[in-house]
Design a protein around this ligand. Structure first.
Ligand SMILES: [Ca+2]
Ligand SMILES: [Ca+2]
Ligand SMILES: [Ca+2]
Length: 613
């Protein structure tokens, strides 16, 4: 590594002025946190006497061969979380989001038990499988003693099918019902009124326009804050509740407990623009679900760094500097490592490198830090839903692989916590191509150059020492990873091992407010060209595009030749298995008639599948 002389001292100041000029929305009080999300039932069994709760049928031990058992309680409880607090403290996380602890139904719902906590029957008590209010208070106190904050998961959209209110004549108006008094399903996922009032997964839908219901839920929430001293709420199913409810609820809570009381909303849409209606409702942060898809597609499903950057650009516009909680997986999706045929652990580690070196409030799903396995959301043979396979019990002891992944994840968390630049500053792009991403994070004290290599091959790239956007004035030590950096003439050369990241301390003068750089058309060594054929004489090459995991599901054009009545499109792809559709005339999304494999898409149609060996 060669060091440069600091020939432009104003660099730090310029960077600060550019990075610092952006207005910060809401409050950033939680930007230093790293949140760990755990399902109480699946983390640790601290008290075997409560495993069967009020109904012995609620618990079937999972032994590795009976996945259906994962539809029942597995024994985890609040005492278990308390016993594992030292583990979480050493992992380095600073806050825990607990799955809902409310007393759940004592019976199953069409074969599924409410171990996850989202089917409450009593909002004022703790489920008997999880423990007592005393356990909950002890957990908050013990966490606080270690400097760890606690978020409760609040369920306001629905209750269990056998909640006593459902049959209470006095509570008839507490639910959204048809004129016949029945609940109705959500059938049109583009009809917002239906999304807010329909029965999600068949559960009775609370009438959150009714002032009695609003008061009940608000007072109940205050009860739990007053009882336990918890630090915030994760608010479930936000898009299924009327925005005016959230506006009122969040402002009421913040008025009484201050803006530091953290309320984070879950709006499960994949498109950044669908989050914008929720930006002015006084949440402290929202989950970056669209960002989850971009991360998964780029680091796990063959997407280019260009796709990730395109997402960032769109989100930067749509989120308008709103604080976002970032993630690589959670309990509602497959674990990151599912469906990745090769280098799954290395790819997950790189995704975590990106998560912990980029802006946002990182949220880790329990087990991700040890590479806990999962499976498809639908059983590939029966087609039945099986989200529970991504919710295995956290193991009591770790094998060598799990220990290694844990050490890598802990080290990354230490890196983020040791560098305020990684938590507080925006991202400024220096270089991007199909597989390599270089960006700056910086503040007045510290400037860092982060470089990621998303290829299965060792890669060397070069970029200008100085151009019309920035000027490097000094290259310092490598503070993370084991890359190589050399400055020659007017260029900086960086070499990175496969699926790896490195961070260098640098001095840079940034001379533009535009954080986006031009895309460099450079393939990494692991790209191959796949040919997609489409026989349709009236289409011109411009009329054919492709969208898939590997384009973050944005239609993309590639070089296309006409051969008789067949169009031949050349698409660069890296080894892996990918889902895609052809897009005709910028309008019609169809499965590929020539694909060897097809599989169901989430909308009742079919995705084509291509395997690149
Ligand atoms: Ca237990
Ligand atoms: Ca119960
Ligand atoms: Ca609702």
């Amino acid at each position: 590594m060669s060091k440069l002389s600091k020939w432009m001292l104003p660099g730090l100041l310029a960077l600060f002025l550019i990075f610092g000029c952006k207005p910060i929305k809401n409050n950033y009080l939680w930007q230093n946190e790293i949140i760990y999300f755990l399902l109480i039932d699946r983390f640790h069994n601290g008290d075997p006497t409560n495993d069967r709760g009020n109904n012995p049928a609620s618990h079937v031990t999972y032994d590795g061969t009976n996945p259906e058992a994962l539809k029942t309680y597995q024994g985890g409880d609040l005492q278990g979380v308390i016993q594992r607090l030292d583990y979480l403290d050493s992992l380095g996380i600073t806050a825990i989001w607990l799955s809902p602890f409310f007393d759940n139904s004592d019976s199953d719902f069409v074969g599924w038990w409410p171990y996850h906590g989202y089917h409450p029957v009593d909002f004022y008590s703790v489920d008997e499988h999880f423990g007592t209010i005393a356990d909950l208070k002890e957990l908050v106190n013990e966490a606080h003693r270690r400097g760890i904050k606690i978020l409760f998961d609040m369920v306001f959209n629905q209750v269990a099918a056998n909640h006593p209110w459902v049959t209470d004549p006095g509570k008839k108006d507490w639910f959204h019902r048809t004129s016949e008094g029945t609940f109705f399903p959500i059938t049109d996922w583009f009809d917002q009124a239906q999304i807010e009032r329909g029965a999600l997964h068949g559960m009775p839908d609370l009438n959150t326009e009714n002032p009695e219901v609003v008061d009940y839920l608000t007072q109940m929430s205050q009860f739990w804050i007053d009882q336990t001293g918890c630090d915030g709420f994760r608010l479930d199913a936000v898009k299924h509740v009327n925005p005016s409810f959230w506006d009122h609820f969040n402002r009421t809570i913040h008025q009484k407990y201050g803006n530091r009381f953290f309320v984070i909303g879950e709006i499960f849409w994949g498109e950044p623009e669908r989050l914008t209606p929720y930006l002015d409702l006084d949440f402290n942060a929202l989950f970056d679900i669209p960002g989850y898809y971009a991360i998964k597609n780029t680091f796990g499903q063959g997407g280019s760094i260009g796709d990730l950057s395109d997402f960032r650009k769109q989100a930067d516009h749509d989120y308008n500097s709103y604080p976002m909680a970032t993630l690589i997986d959670n309990h509602d999706v497959v674990r990151f490592n599912v469906g990745i045929q090769s280098h799954a652990d290395a790819k997950q580690n790189l995704a975590l490198n990106y998560l912990l070196t980029s802006p946002g409030i990182p949220v880790l799903y329990y087990g991700t830090e040890i590479g806990l396995p999962g499976g498809p959301l639908e059983n590939p043979i029966t087609g039945d839903p099986q989200d529970y396979v991504n919710r295995l019990m956290f193991p009591d002891s770790l094998n060598l692989r799990e220990s290694r992944i844990l050490e890598e994840t802990s080290a990354l968390i230490r890196l983020r916590k040791s560098s305020p630049a990684l938590t507080k500053s925006p991202l400024f792009e220096i270089y991007k191509d199909w597989g390599v991403y270089a960006f700056l994070r910086g503040n007045i004290d510290e400037q860092l150059l982060v470089v990621l290599n998303n290829a299965a091959t060792s890669e060397t790239v070069s970029f200008a020492m100085k151009n019309d956007r920035y000027a490097f004035t000094g290259l310092g030590d490598e503070v993370w990873g084991s890359g190589g950096m050399i400055a020659t003439g007017d260029s900086i050369w960086v070499t990175l091992q496969p699926f790896s990241a490195a961070v260098w301390s640098v001095d840079v003068a940034v001379v533009t407010a535009n954080p986006w750089t031009d895309f460099t058309e450079r393939y990494t060594g692991d790209y191959q060209v796949a040919i997609f054929k489409y026989a349709q004489s009236e289409l011109s090459p411009d009329d054919l595009a492709i969208a898939g995991d590997f384009t973050n599901w944005k239609p993309k054009h590639f070089p296309t030749q006409v051969d008789g009545d067949t169009l031949k499109m050349q698409v660069p792809l890296r080894p892996g298995s990918y889902r895609y559709k052809l897009v005709l005339n910028n309008r019609d999304w169809i499965s590929d008639p020539l694909a060897r494999f097809q599989e169901a898409d989430p909308y009742g149609g079919q995705n084509s599948v291509i395997e690149i060996p």
